[in-house]
Ligand binder design. Structure first.
Ligand code: FAD
Length: 416
């Protein structure tokens, strides 16, 4: 029996799938998106909404692994590794440790220093093209440190950001008070990035992009893709409900769930998830002027159109363990201590799955089985930020054009 044939299939309706669909449409491609759950309700719905273009420093850095034991000792600290999942994480942690060696770290910083300007310029282009300017605010980012020593410890990272062309100012207590009234007096050292951008709500933004793709002719099919197979003219996508589609191009943008589908093509991706938590308080919970990042505590407070979001943390707990919302509560308690007038009642808790590669770089790459299948997953902490650049690279690969950036660092085969 012949399978229905479509031009391009995009698997996943998160921010990466939405951008891939948008860029393929820019090239005149006809797109079908396939989503197994509620549209755009994966990691892209509940993140902090920050377009963190200056964030060129990977978490896999020299010294990170030595800080980890201290964090792990605090059961509700910024990093946790549930004992029942610890063994499964060993191969990923081994690669993460190797990615933090000085030479590998320097290479990743270089890659990010090229990726982020593309991410920024492409994001601004998409926002302009789709009329989503009202969903983006430019109020700047305030990074806060507990002490001068801790700011000093981060100074090399900030210098690298400056060398990559990002502007920021060091600020003391009086500027901090002006930038964000109501912060606890302990915060006397910070960095203000005036150009810091954020989306007003990550779910609304992602869904608006999916809706835009649909208004430009994309179709949406609800169903779970179980495998992809190469064919003479492209690839065949099989769904768990028995349906199958033939396509000239298939983009796998399934976030943290992409590993098994890539494996059906014989490709290995050491993809794990860094689970993150937050609480979204009702609008009016605090007169927040801009994003505040509490660097020594691993969480951020963001003003969204849907409320005040307090979140962050990393839990290396895989896809199946139940959420531990004590993590959301712990961050909320700290936020209350740092912003004493914060009203902590009436919040909505959330846990989401960051799709994370151990070298902190995404996979943006043709499959080793066929160039008709393009992978776009594994963006970790930076999926929203790097989404437009990813869409652009996906479209370049699909059109067999010279990619806007060399894709070698993002290749699926780098883990062989
Ligand atoms: C707490 C937290 C805060 C964050 N803050 C930021 C931030 O401020 N800035 C930033 O840039 N990034 C941030 N991130 C990271 C960012 O959210 C992710 O990198 C990004 O959302 C990943 O997008 P995605 O489209 O790859 O995955 P997802 O949004 O998870 O989308 C994947 C989609 O694919 C679907 N899918 C999966 N498998 C299949 C299948 N087999 N068949 C059909 N459909 C399938 C899923 O149902 C899902 O809808 C944060 C993450 C967390 C958890």
């Amino acid at each position: 029996m012949n399978n229905p044939s479509v031009d391009a299939v995009v698997i996943g309706s998160g921010i990466i799938g939405a951008m891939a669909a948008h860029y393929l449409q820019q090239d005149g491609r006809s797109v079908m998106m396939i989503e197994r759950g509620e549209v755009s309700r994966g990691a892209s719905s509940g993140n902090a909404g920050i377009l963190a273009f200056p964030e060129i420093i990977p978490i896999a850095a020299p010294g990170t692994i030595w800080k980890a034991p201290k964090w792990l000792l605090d059961p509700l600290g910024p990093l946790s590794l549930p004992p029942s999942y610890a063994l499964a994480m060993v191969p990923w942690l081994w690669r993460f440790w190797r990615a933090g060696a000085r030479a590998a770290f320097n290479r990743t910083v270089e890659v990010n220093a090229k990726m982020m300007p593309l991410a920024r310029s492409e994001m601004l282009r998409v926002i302009g093209r789709t009329g989503l300017e009202k969903m983006v605010s430019r109020t700047g980012t305030l990074d806060l440190y507990d002490s001068e020593e801790s700011l000093f410890a981060a100074s090399t990272d900030w210098e690298a950001k400056r060398n990559a062309g990002f502007e920021f100012n060091r600020v003391g207590r009086s500027e901090i008070e002006t930038l964000q009234p109501g912060l606890a007096p302990q915060f006397r050292h910070g960095i203000f990035t005036p150009d810091g951008l954020q989306v007003c709500d990550p779910y609304d933004f992602t869904k608006a992009l999916v809706d835009h793709a649909i208004s430009c002719g994309a179709s949406l099919r609800i169903g779970e893709v179980t495998r992809i197979e190469p064919t003479a003219s492209g690839a065949r996508v099989a769904l768990s409900d028995g349906a199958a589609f033939e396509a000239k191009t298939v983009v796998l943008a399934g976030g943290a769930w992409s590993k098994s589908v890539a494996a059906s093509l014989g490709d290995y991706a050491p993809l794990e998830t860094e689970r993150g938590y937050n609480t979204t308080l009702p609008p009016g919970a605090f007169p927040l002027q801009r994003q505040l990042y509490f660097n020594d505590h691993g969480f951020v407070v963001t003003p969204l159109s849907s409320g005040i979001r307090v979140g962050g943390a990393v839990e290396l707990g895989g896809l199946n363990l139940p959420p531990n919302y004590k993590r959301s509560e712990a961050m909320l308690k700290k936020a209350k201590a740092f912003l004493p007038a914060l009203k902590t009642e009436g919040g909505r808790q959330w846990m989401g799955f960051r799709p994370s590669m151990p070298d902190c770089l995404p996979v943006i790459s043709p499959s080793s089985a066929t160039s008709a299948v393009i992978y776009a997953f594994g963006h970790g902490h930076l999926g929203l930020t790097q989404s437009a650049a990813t869409g652009r690279l996906v479209a370049d690969l699909a059109a067999r054009r010279q990619p806007a950036l060399p894709i070698e660092p993002f290749r699926i085969g780098r883990f062989r």
